[in-house]
Design a binder for this molecule. Structure first.
Ligand SMILES: *[C@@H]1O[C@H](CO)[C@@H](O)[C@H](O)[C@H]1NC(C)=O
Ligand SMILES: *[C@@H]1O[C@H](CO)[C@@H](O)[C@H](O)[C@H]1NC(C)=O
Length: 925
């Protein structure tokens, strides 16, 4: 027995060593080693010679054929006699609120050898109901063209144009003719049509020791997209880079790889790299002073590469574009699939994220507990370890909500099982945690151990539920459990089977307070090409892995989330954390930024990574606090807590080779600092929860880049060291050792209140503010009201009936506004109106609470408001009267923050004790 264990461990360490030592560049392909990327990148502008013809209106869409009029004359490098490009079909639809969708695919009448893959289950069903059925188009000729153009009305003074020759699709303002976004302006569109293999065709591709059989040959698509009035472009996660996407090509640009979108398990990733990480969202936003914001989304799940082209990259081409419009050009390349593209016309930042959310859905409403602090480690060893860690949080008065178990809790990495030697009483353990209001999360990965005694494997192999290899056998790859197969989650029947595995009777040892973590779902395959599944593996419906690779983890996440929903009869909101993601992931759960490193630069890059996820739909995200690999020094660990406390998903996690780093292990002073950081998070939970609801309704993220709130303040456009939490808080991260001050840009003409001291700063300026080890600079913007809960508890459950504090920061005219949303924190009753939603309005020395919930709301709360803090209020009121009770209450000086060592005092209305669910007014006397 022992020797088997030792062998197992040796193997384990061998595996770890081969992957973990550091990022191995040569294990991953670059663009030059990726033939479709190399081909696309070497094409010159005006390569495309298609024209749009046979335009009709069909089923409310504008439909056209894209044909090559005289290919020998126009494109002499395509002289091969067997090359007969068939016409392609373009169909273009218009949706409410400024969304244009167009598809380009092969025409089925020419019998292509295979139907190309279109990603199902991403576009929400409600989106179709927003379609505006086109009845007509108008025709016209744009100067200098050799063909006609076709115009359809889009939205609010914008029109979509399909230009025939040269073929182009764009959106412009009707009155000025100014362009917003365009497709194929530079003629880089190329569509490799499927064809039957001929003698002499070399379709196989080799990379290192792997061969991709490529039975369907080349099928890539590439094109250029231009954003007008753009100063910067953003989005297309996941990359460990700045918020602004730097050019990858062009004169004077340090040439780099294109931004790659290919979900990969990258150990110890590098910051400042366009390298593709665990998830992919092919959605780019542009922002600039002149047009504002616009967006482009390509729904495609194959490997994608994207170049941001520096100004002047097209100097040699003869294309003439209006020179008065600033522009950013981009090149999009994908290995397979179809063109299924969306233009979002904005024009405000929040319009674009809303437009994108109307296509892919808004975030699920999280349970309240999930917005608290999570404690994770690879691994908490056994039940005693769990008990100890849990009790230390209480001993040190540090709140937390969830304790996590990584892969070692299972019986030999067989998910849904427990190592009964280490965890003999999993149910009791969960119940014990829950008796203090705490939850547990266990890991469930998509690789299934090929062991005939393992029930999941038995059923999956018997039912044919695994992804197949190119020869049609169950794909067998190497992962944590050794030889493994991978569930084919693209099939809805298999997802439903998987979801049933979360029933309490199936997942033995699970209880209702247990939630799930999906890791390794890129999918990670240790012995596969680039540590993932071969592209010629086969999925349900004869879809090649290459066609849907980037969506594999999404379907796995979806099935797991459905499992948690099912086990409670659809009554309990699921919590599932996933490492891989795709557009739509926000509907199923939370993501984190994977295996980062305990370095200052990784703390810094976590902010733009999380802001980018928020811009592209996934607001509930975070980075491992402290860094997954390596041992953070104490100062870095403390700073990480201080920054992460203001980011949406807040979890400490560490690799098993690192030293223990629970918050009480670094001496009393540091315990106090980390406790304060976590407590600050808990005081702001009512605000976070309100913002999560806003994200749930509108798609606007909880943590926002400054330019989203201040779209005309150019100084904010490339700032990614600070961020906004909602409209009210500006958080300035501290990313260097021994910082004694921070340079903070405070936007616009607002006043900003430093929440450590109450000091007021003028906006529109860069300020130098003092920094101590105790906290990072956080400011409340004038004109806002923020709800808090200031009492200290063990977890969110104990806070349920706690009273609120309102912090009012008045603006120059003496007014401010803010909202509070609350519900039962766990069920779906809020969808039937069971919630409290108030708007607080302060003006003329009067605070009024206005109801925004339906009057029939059945949600009750006895919570009161115990304190109202006034920042920037100048009149010397001594008392306040509460209507309708007519009770009078005192105004005196009180603390701004309730935490260790902070002494600043501000004007405070003491104990008004009004109920948060009632209508009332408080008038300063
Ligand atoms: C392609 O064919 C045309 C006309 O037959 C000829 O003029 C041209 O040189 C050929 N190009 C190549 C690359 O063979
Ligand atoms: C909010 O979240 C719930 C699930 O948590 C989801 O069903 C709903 O569609 C989301 N959006 C809105 C507008 O409620």
């Amino acid at each position: 027995m022992k020797s088997i264990v030792v062998l197992h461990h040796l193997l384990f360490f061998f595996l770890l060593f081969s992957h973990v030592s550091s990022w191995k560049k040569e294990e991953f392909r670059n663009c030059n080693q990726t033939p479709f990327c190399k081909r696309a990148r070497s094409r010159k502008p005006q390569h495309c010679n298609l024209i749009a013809t046979d335009v009709t209106i069909n089923d409310g869409d504008l439909v056209a054929k894209l044909i090559t009029p005289n290919r020998f004359e126009q494109n002499p490098d395509q002289n091969s006699t067997d090359f007969q490009p068939n016409p392609l079909i373009l169909s273009l639809s218009v949706y409410q609120d400024g969304i244009l969708r167009f598809k380009i695919d092969e025409d089925p009448v020419y019998n292509p050898p295979k139907k190309r893959f279109q990603v199902p289950d991403v576009v929400v069903p409600e989106f179709e109901s927003k379609k505006l059925w086109l009845q007509r188009y108008t025709k016209g000729v744009i100067d200098g063209d050799s063909g006609e153009s076709f115009f359809v009305y889009l939205f609010d003074g914008y029109e979509a144009v399909v230009r025939s020759d040269p073929f182009e699709v764009f959106v412009r303002e009707q009155s000025s003719g100014k362009r917003v976004v365009s497709f194929n302006t530079h003629g880089l569109f190329d569509f490799e049509q499927l064809r039957v293999k001929k003698e002499g065709d070399e379709w196989e591709e080799r990379f290192r020791t792997h061969t991709d059989s490529r039975p369907f040959g080349p099928q890539s698509i590439s094109f250029d997209v231009s954003f007008y009035g753009a100063d910067f472009v953003y989005g297309i996660p996941e990359h460990a880079t700045s918020l602004v996407l730097k050019p990858t090509k062009g004169p004077g640009v340090e040439e780099s790889e294109p931004y790659r979108l290919f979900n990969l398990d990258v150990f110890e990733y590098l910051h400042k790299s366009p390298f593709g990480l665990y998830g992919s969202i092919p959605f780019m936003l542009s922002h600039g002073k002149s047009h504002g914001t616009s967006g482009f989304f390509w729904l495609n799940a194959a490997e994608m590469q994207i170049d941001v082209l520096g100004t002047g990259w097209d100097a040699e081409s003869s294309i003439v574009l209006p020179s008065d419009q600033k522009r950013i050009d981009t090149l999009w390349m994908s290995e397979a699939g179809i063109v299924d593209a969306f233009f979002f016309i904005g024009p405000k930042p929040k319009d674009v994220v809303k437009q994108y959310a109307s296509v892919t859905g808004t975030s699920a409403m999280p349970q309240l507990f999930a917005t608290g602090y999570h404690q994770c480690r690879w691994n908490y060893r056994d039940e005693e370890d769990v008990k100890n860690v849990d009790s230390k949080f209480d001993e040190h008065d540090i709140p937390y909500d969830v304790l996590w178990l990584d892969i070692e809790h299972t019986d030999g990495k067989r998910y849904f099982t427990w190592d009964r030697a280490l965890f003999p009483h999993p149910e009791e353990m969960q119940k014990d945690l829950f008796s203090r209001g705490r939850r547990m999360v266990t890991i469930v990965d998509p690789h299934i151990k090929r062991d005939d005694n393992y029930h999941i494997h038995k059923e999956a192999s018997k039912n044919g539920y695994y992804v197949k290899d190119a020869s049609g056998k169950d794909f067998d790859g190497w992962c944590w459990p050794g030889s493994s197969s991978y569930i084919d989650m693209v099939n809805p029947e298999i997802r439903s089977w998987w979801a049933d595995k979360f029933a309490y009777s199936e997942y033995v040892g699970s209880t209702p307070s247990l939630y799930i973590w999906n890791d390794m779902n890129e999918p990670s395959v240790f012995n596969g090409p680039e540590v993932t599944m071969p592209r010629d593996a086969l999925h349900y419906g004869n879809v090649e892995h290459r066609e849907l690779h980037n969506a594999y983890g999404y379907y796995f996440h979806m099935a797991t989330s459905e499992g948690l929903l099912k086990r409670e009869g659809g009554k309990d909101r699921p919590f599932v954390l996933s490492r891989a993601f795709f557009p739509g992931t926000q509907r199923y759960g939370t993501v984190w930024t994977g295996d980062n490193i305990a370095e200052w630069e990784h703390l810094r890059v976590s902010v733009p990574m999380i802001l980018t996820l928020g811009l592209t739909g996934i607001t509930f995200s975070g980075a491992d606090v402290g860094g997954f690999f390596g041992n953070p020094d104490t100062e870095l660990l403390v700073r990480w807590y201080q920054v992460a406390a203001y980011l949406p998903f807040f979890r400490g996690h560490a690799h098993h080779d690192t030293k223990r780093r629970e918050p009480w292990l670094f001496g009393e002073r540091n315990t106090e600092l980390m406790r304060d950081a976590i407590r600050v998070r808990y005081t702001y939970l009512p605000y976070f929860y309100t913002l999560f609801r806003e994200a749930n309704v509108t798609g606007v993220p909880v943590a926002r880049p400054l330019w989203m709130e201040f779209p005309s303040d150019e100084a904010t456009f490339n700032n990614d060291e600070a961020f906004m939490v909602g409209t009210g808080l500006l958080v300035q991260g501290v990313y260097t050792q021994r910082a004694r001050d921070a340079t903070v840009y405070l936007p616009s003409d607002h006043t900003w209140y430093d929440l450590r001291s109450g000091t007021a700063y003028k906006g529109g300026k860069t300020q130098k503010v003092e920094v101590t080890d105790a906290d990072i600079p956080v400011f409340q913007r004038s004109g806002t009201i923020i709800p808090r809960k200031d009492r200290f508890r063990r977890s969110t459950v104990q806070m349920e009936n706690d009273p609120y504090t309102l912090v009012i920061a008045v603006d120059g005219s003496g007014s401010a506004e803010g909202e509070l949303y609350t519900d039962d924190g766990k069920s779906y009753e809020f969808k039937e109106g069971a919630y409290i939603h108030r708007r607080f309005i302060f003006s003329n020395g009067k605070l009024t609470s206005v109801n925004l919930a339906p009057s029939t709301s059945k949600f009750e709360s006895d919570c009161t408001i115990e304190r109202i803090i006034l920042l920037g209020h100048t009149t010397k009121s001594k008392t306040a009267r509460i209507e309708p009770s007519n009770q009078v209450t005192d105004i005196e000086l009180g603390p701004l923050q309730i935490r260790s060592g902070v002494r600043s005092t501000v004007l405070t209305i003491r104990k008004p004790n009004v109920r948060v669910s009632d209508d009332w007014t408080i008038k300063l006397l």
